[in-house]
Design a protein around this ligand. Sequence first.
Ligand SMILES: Cc1cc2nc3c(=O)[nH]c(=O)nc-3n(C[C@H](O)[C@H](O)[C@H](O)COP(=O)(O)OP(=O)(O)OC[C@H]3O[C@@H](n4cnc5c(N)ncnc54)[C@H](O)[C@@H]3O)c2cc1C
Length: 328
Amino acid sequence: MAERRAGIIRDWRQLSPVLALFRLQPQEGTRFPSYKAGQYIALRRDDCRLTKKLTDDQGRTRYVPDLDEMGRQRRGPVTHSYSISSAPFETERDGHLEFYVVLEISPTDTLGRLTETLFALEPRDGQRLEYVDRIAGDFTLDKRAAGFESILLVGTGTGLAPFAAMVKQLDHEASQGRRPPFRLTLVHANRTPSELAYHEELRAIDAAGRFDFVYVASVSRPDPKAADDSLARGRANNLLRAIFELPLKEEEDGDARALAAAVRPALPTRSPSAELRRRLEPAKSVLLTCGNPSSMADIKRVADVVGMRFEKEDWKPVSRADVTEARN
Ligand SMILES: Cc1cc2nc3c(=O)[nH]c(=O)nc-3n(C[C@H](O)[C@H](O)[C@H](O)COP(=O)(O)OP(=O)(O)OC[C@H]3O[C@@H](n4cnc5c(N)ncnc54)[C@H](O)[C@@H]3O)c2cc1C
């Protein structure tokens, strides 16, 4: 069984009240195991506010604060997996891992146990964050995309994390003369421009042209005071629908209210939909996605309709650490 180790949080960068990037320095005198872009590691704090499961008469389940005899919420360990957003060459060079995390907020406004603890730390830099010294996962290009001429990566929100690692690694390898044998297109959608993590870095990789890479960043809440023609507009699923000339999800569902509220997708002038369609011939392409489950379901629908192979990273608790370490 992999050992638990104590890392240190460094370079916490808050992109919005609920989104952040940070680095984890390994336990003193050790290095992180080597890994492939797209893999994940389990992180743990032992001072999380615990919850317990409640099932009502109709069999509906929800999680409520787990209180002690004095009515205080119990604290204890929670361990979850997080995709690594640093590229393997960066970890080899600088020693740290990097993560792109969102503060979990349930529909009933309950904050996530582990992310609430992380976002509440003050200051965050220098704080202890434990990790399980094992890096795992098969959401890698060699496992999910081998043999395809064209690869489309679609990250919604923090679902960008594994793709940021892949793009940075491919760019690094290309800079050393190892160009990948496929075209790569990355779509990252988030709500606001400031939440587009790695935006400048990805834009620079696209502009440098060291390999065949197109980066499309999209926001569903564009800044009306600072229009930016280089950004796409709309949610990832509807942007894909626009690329493949399909009706919007809300149109397909016949949901007039949702349609009235939906942000109409628009691609940036430098990546028009005809150009993207040319890069993404369905029979020769694979679509990898990660992030928001409802958006991923519709992205799968688009892939199915156009006949493109579909692969996704599920962010349901799947690792042993996720299920054995959480108290309830
Ligand atoms: C492979 C993988 C990679 C991931 N990568 C990332 C990443 O890069 N970035 C990122 O932000 N997230 C990532 N996640 C999600 C992450 O692991 C956590 O699930 C997420 O951060 C929420 O954790 P939390 O403790 O804050 O929320 P939780 O407290 O775990 O709440 C999340 C949901 O779990 C349920 N829940 C609440 N209490 C309990 C309980 N006691 N027992 C069981 N279920 C409960 C509720 O339905 C709640 O809505 C990844 C997940 C996986 C599996």
